[in-house]
Design a protein around this ligand. Structure first.
Ligand SMILES: N=c1c2ncn([C@@H]3O[C@H](COP(=O)(O)OP(=O)(O)OP(=O)(O)O)[C@@H](O)[C@H]3O)c2ncn1[C@@H]1O[C@H](COP(=O)(O)O)[C@@H](O)[C@H]1O
Length: 123
């Protein structure tokens, strides 16, 4: 797969657009759409799915099952995009935040926040 055909930011933007179209305000139908059903159930149900998918990601990793890690992270990202949409946010905003952090070491950033050395995020 070449770089130009690799799934990337466009994929996230397209999925986010479909998710947006499933909102009740856009005519999403819980009878025919998983996303519309989740929006219909509300934020707690969306957050519960994120918790489940995060746990399943950890379990797949602990099992050493690399392909399952891919499936579970895809589930986690998908449900996280639904949560972003609930708050009127888009994946682009998360990607922009990651881009902003590029080149800034996590330890450097931690020090800039004035954290004491004994609080280092190493566990
Ligand atoms: N990417 C996804 C996607 N990923 C996961 N899922 C669904 O999310 C649910 C995840 O639930 P679970 O992980 O609990 O899976 P499970 O099979 O129920 O249980 P486990 O065996 O994993 O424990 C399943 O019903 C999946 O089918 C998704 N449903 C939809 N999409 C995208 O969203 C679009 C809109 O979907 P609809 O709103 O349903 O039209 C689709 O065209 C896709 O692009």
């Amino acid at each position: 797969m070449t770089e130009s055909t690799s799934p990337g930011n466009d994929t996230l933007a397209r999925i986010a657009a479909v998710i947006e179209s499933r909102k009740p305000s856009h005519g999403g139908d819980p009878a025919t759409s998983y996303v519309a059903k989740l929006f219909d159930k509300g934020l707690d149900s969306i957050l519960k799915k994120i918790g489940e998918e995060a746990t399943e990601t950890v379990m797949a990793a602990k099992d050493g099952d690399a392909q399952k890690v891919v499936y579970e992270v895809a589930d986690l990202w998908f449900h996280s995009i639904i949560a972003l949409s609930h708050f009127g946010l888009k994946p682009e905003q998360v990607l922009a935040e990651l881009a902003r952090r590029e080149g800034l070491s996590g330890l450097q950033e931690f020090a800039q926040r004035g954290k004491a050395q004994e609080d280092e995020p190493n566990d």
